[in-house]
Ligand binder design. Structure first.
Ligand code: ZN
Ligand code: ZN
Length: 166
């Protein structure tokens, strides 16, 4: 049982270094274009709990535990609380720094999933042990989804520059 029956799940990415360095290098306008297109695609609502407000852009990964390939599937729009559940490790760091109320994150999980504290703890433990197991392997990253988005954007940009130069 990996908790897939839950609407809102915890997703811990074993190796974030690649994504972090890519994000650091990614030009701001490029990231803005990616996240804005995700917000528009989801009608400016959270893809999980349907709430409105300030949106976050979340990368969805698929893990092949036999071949150790992590594949970027999509970028989706999430509300702040759903996004903190996804990255609950980060949420607890922020909470320890006084930037966030961890209980609010847990409450959001219980509300969206309509479950109790026991179900949350069980899901969280499973997510962390899966993360620990995955972190003991080297992962190859397949980000072809991003590469495709990127080249489509560059095409558009070049097209625009070309038209502007006419
Ligand atoms: Zn949400
Ligand atoms: Zn995310």
């Amino acid at each position: 049982m990996n908790g897939t029956s839950l609407k809102l799940t915890i997703e811990l990415v074993p190796s974030t270094s690649w994504w972090k360095s890519l994000r650091a290098k990614m030009p701001k306008d490029e990231w803005d274009a990616i996240r804005k297109s995700a917000y528009a695609r989801f009608g400016y609502r959270c893809a999980i709990c349907n709430s409105k407000g300030r949106m976050h852009c979340h990368g969805v990964w698929e893990f092949d535990d036999a071949r150790h390939v992590q594949k970027l599937k999509d970028f989706i729009a999430l509300c702040e609380m759903c996004h903190y559940v996804k990255h609950i490790g980060l949420a607890s760091v922020k909470a320890s720094e006084g930037e966030l109320d961890y209980n609010e994150v847990v409450k959001h999980f219980l509300k969206v999933n309509g479950c109790d504290m026991r179900a949350f703890e069980k899901h969280k433990d499973a997510a962390f042990s899966r993360w620990q197991e995955r972190s003991s392997h080297e992962w190859r990253v397949d980000a072809s989804v991003y590469e495709k988005l990127r080249s489509a954007m560059l095409d558009k940009k070049q097209h625009r520059l070309f038209e502007e130069s006419l």
